[in-house]
Design a protein around this ligand. Structure first.
Ligand SMILES: N[C@@H](CCC(=O)N[C@@H](CS)C(=O)NCC(=O)O)C(=O)O
Length: 120
């Protein structure tokens, strides 16, 4: 998918307002956060990208078993939320994205540069 395009499964407008985060893709590399409504790590992950001005697809897997299965398949079997993807790269959960942010590697990933992460 090219930059700025909207992927399928973006949640409804009213659901978006519950959490208050962006729902569209990053203007650079598309970012997807699989999460649920009540998970504090998910809220923290959304906040990190929102603070950076990076839009993302906010997938609520608790409401969508098919997207939960998709999350598991893309993340090598992970069942915890959040699971975060920057382009095809599986970043991992909040702890992982936080480490990448601190090391400056998240910005490289967002700019389309590899950061030693793996895709499944
Ligand atoms: N270290 C993980 C923690 C993720 C985590 O504990 N997520 C909780 C919700 S906040 C979860 O998925 N619990 C369900 C489970 O463990 O199956 C991260 O930073 O993302």
């Amino acid at each position: 998918m090219g930059p700025g395009r909207i992927a399928g499964g973006v949640r409804q407008e009213n659901q978006e307002q519950e959490v208050g985060a962006g729902i569209a893709m990053s203007d650079t590399v598309p970012v997807v956060i699989y999460g649920d409504e009540y998970c504090a790590y998910c809220a923290a992950a959304r906040m990190l990208f929102t603070r950076k001005g990076i839009r993302f697809e906010d997938v609520l897997v608790s409401r969508d078993p098919a997207r939960f299965d998709e999350m598991q398949a893309r993340s090598g079997g992970r069942r915890t939320v959040p699971q975060i993807f920057v382009g095809d790269v599986h970043v991992g959960g909040f702890d992982d994205v936080c480490s990448l942010e601190k090391s400056g590697k998240l910005d490289k990933l967002l700019a389309g540069e590899a950061a030693g992460q793996h895709s499944h």
